[in-house]
Design a protein around this ligand. Sequence first.
Ligand code: NAG
Ligand code: NAG
Ligand code: NAG
Ligand code: NAG
Ligand code: NAG
Ligand code: NAG
Length: 238
Amino acid sequence: MQTRSIWTALAVLSLFLVDIVTAHTIIVYPGYRGNNLHTNGTVLEASGLGQTVVNDTTIFPYGMMWMYPCGGMPTSTNRTKWPTQGGAISVQPGWFQGHQTAFFYFNLGLGATPPNMSHPMLPPFQIIGPSADPYPGTFCLPQVPLPANITVKVGDLATIQVVETAKHGAALYNCVDIEFAEPEDCVEVTTDNCFNSSDIQFANVYTAALTTSDASSMTASSLFALVPLVVLGLWSLI
Ligand SMILES: *[C@@H]1O[C@H](CO)[C@@H](O)[C@H](O)[C@H]1NC(C)=O
Ligand SMILES: *[C@@H]1O[C@H](CO)[C@@H](O)[C@H](O)[C@H]1NC(C)=O
Ligand SMILES: *[C@@H]1O[C@H](CO)[C@@H](O)[C@H](O)[C@H]1NC(C)=O
Ligand SMILES: *[C@@H]1O[C@H](CO)[C@@H](O)[C@H](O)[C@H]1NC(C)=O
Ligand SMILES: *[C@@H]1O[C@H](CO)[C@@H](O)[C@H](O)[C@H]1NC(C)=O
Ligand SMILES: *[C@@H]1O[C@H](CO)[C@@H](O)[C@H](O)[C@H]1NC(C)=O
């Protein structure tokens, strides 16, 4: 028993180290605008703002990734080709603490510099990670569709936005600028760049009316949509 857990710990540790040296990224596939795992300045210098200009430079005292819409990163010039009929998105969700559970949103913004990121590609879903501390690992959805009622052609420009909420509801943002292309012109999706780590589980997110023993408060309460979490498969981790 003990030997096994030591080996498990070693395996996890080595996986973490491999992840750290090979990829400081959140969007593994199809890439990202650039490294925004960066914090500078102090909350006091910024008077409590998440982003401000001090001495002619921008500071991000809470970290760049918390800034809407793309984690403090402007539109990039290095675009990745991504299939016109949708394709893979691979993400490392555990870079920061507080993501033992997290909601994920994949959105599309249309155009070279999208006016908004308001086109959801999928309904939100939840992941359940191994720890509230930072953890290694990747999950990948091999066929994320285009948003409903949006069609694109080869050469169209867009941005994929990935949003991950922490346990307190604040969200991390990361984007990749894409150019739509035929699948054969895109970087191949393989088991190296698109896989699910075994310690990251998935769950559906749905709304249900609030139930309470006080019948008279039912109507008012049901106005507030709750988001219960279906924690399937969690016990198998223990
Ligand atoms: C774009 O360039 C930045 C800066 O060199 C780099 O960090 C990032 O990985 C590149 N993204 C893609 C999708 O090539
Ligand atoms: C801005 O400049 C002041 C005065 O030189 C300095 O004390 C302060 O540390 C600087 N702040 C930042 C964020 O660079
Ligand atoms: C803070 O980080 C941003 C983003 O990397 C950079 O543009 C800026 O110059 C940095 N500011 C200081 C004071 O280090
Ligand atoms: C968002 O951008 C799209 C273009 O991609 C535009 O058609 C739509 O009106 C915008 N929505 C909002 C709420 O601004
Ligand atoms: C897509 O278009 C259909 C038909 O016009 C419409 O009923 C549906 O509400 C649209 N879906 C979205 C997400 O806009
Ligand atoms: C990862 O798991 C999700 C949820 O079960 C699944 O939709 C997806 O296809 C899996 N990814 C791979 C690469 O098998």
